[in-house]
Design a protein around this ligand. Structure first.
Ligand code: FNR
Length: 350
């Protein structure tokens, strides 16, 4: 097994059971309150959660964000969760295809089309791997798994905590520009748990980016994951930065306030319940994204456990729409909501 694959399995082990969601971190979604409607005047059946995404129509506004690939174990996770996404009309993303770009024999673990022929599917590659691969290399990763688009992940915080990670973050926007010129609406730019704020989002959109996943602070922390693997200085500084980032609620609200309605916004990072999905949608996300909870459910009981976890989330989401008197995600966004505490400070400052 090469270094990339071994690191991937170490990451999966840590995410399965490790303390990768530091308790002090918060999405700040607890400071958002949707307002109860005592007379909803609608049936649960009236709720229409369907949403356009990546040129397809999702039945539920949820994306299983990219996690894994490159090993046999990772292939099982990808196929099982893609199957769940296919059955329930969610979007699905594979994890970083770096392993596939380095060794074509690893491609099989990213192939999910056999079990998920119609799912809205995202490939995945890191910004600085994309530099090395070039536009054609990135397109080959996307086409090589029959994906509808590709997620370009930003992870400066993780890289700095990784002993072998990148240290030079120049030239990023130029790479995004060449990719978006080639891939257009098939490109999505995402963070990995530290959040994309309005300043970066505005520049991305100016370059033509039409899909952004904020992946904010409050859930899986990749600084934390690397800190748990690191020793010495990196471990100590990693501990200090495990709470670094823009909380998901602040990222979604301020990015939506900055970019136009034609930008598809994914709200992710620490989303764990249907009510939290409803809150990020209310704050302006088109789709909510989730990684760790579905991975962990799958680790405990495969497809059935992942579907059970999803059912709880979707039931909660539908309930939130009914209890706010909203028939659709668009209607939910027009309903009143109360924003309190330090989240107001974030929203005022960004
Ligand atoms: C991730 N994430 C991730 N992101 C990415 O763009 N490429 C990747 O390869 C991975 N790998 C990965 C593995 C595992 C096991 C997890 C849990 C997560 C990050 C993920 O897509 C997401 O942005 C963050 O995890 C925040 O969402 P959650 O986990 O708090 O819901």
């Amino acid at each position: 097994e090469d270094i990339t694959a071994r690191r991937k399995d170490a990451h999966l082990d840590l995410c399965a059971t490790g303390d990768v969601e530091p308790g002090q971190n918060s999405t700040l979604l607890d400071l958002v309150h949707l307002v109860h409607c005592a007379m909803p005047e609608m049936s649960v059946e009236d709720v229409d959660l369907s949403t356009p995404f990546l040129g397809k129509r999702l039945r539920h506004p949820l994306l299983v964000t990219g996690m894994t690939g490159g090993t046999e174990r990772a292939g099982v996770v990808n196929r099982d969760l893609a199957l769940v996404a296919e059955r329930h009309g969610l979007a699905f993303g594979v994890g970083s295809q770096r392993a596939m770009s380095e060794d074509a024999t690893r491609a099989a673990s990213f192939q999910v089309r056999q079990v998920a022929p119609t799912v809205a599917l995202l490939g995945n590659i890191g910004l600085y791997q994309a530099v090395r691969l070039g536009v054609d290399g990135v397109r080959r990763l996307m086409d090589g798994i029959g994906a509808d688009g590709i997620a370009l992940h930003l992870n400066a915080g993780q890289e700095l905590t990784q002993p072998e990670g990148d240290r030079d973050f120049r030239g990023g926007y130029a790479v995004v520009e060449s990719l978006v010129n080639a891939l257009g609406e098939r490109l999505l730019v995402k963070e990995t748990g530290c959040g994309i704020g309005p300043e970066v989002a505005r520049r991305l959109v100016e370059l033509g980016v039409r899909n952004i996943d904020v992946s904010g602070l409050g859930g899986t922390s990749w600084v934390r994951v690397e800190q748990l693997r690191a020793t010495g200085v990196q471990a100590q500084v990693g501990a200090e930065f495990s709470a670094w980032g823009i909380p998901t609620a602040a990222a979604v609200a301020t990015v939506r306030g900055t970019v136009g309605p034609d930008v598809r916004l994914v709200g992710s990072g620490g989303i764990r319940t249907g009510l939290e999905v409803a809150k990020v949608l209310a704050l302006g996300a088109d789709v909510a994204g989730m990684a760790l909870p579905l991975f962990r459910a799958h680790q405990t009981g495969g497809v059935a456990a992942a579907e059970q976890a999803l059912e709880v989330i979707l039931t909660g989401l539908r309930q939130a729409l009914v209890l706010t008197g909203s028939r659709s995600c668009a209607a939910l966004r027009r309903r009143p909501r109360v924003v309190t505490g330090v989240l107001k400070d974030w929203m005022a400052a960004l």
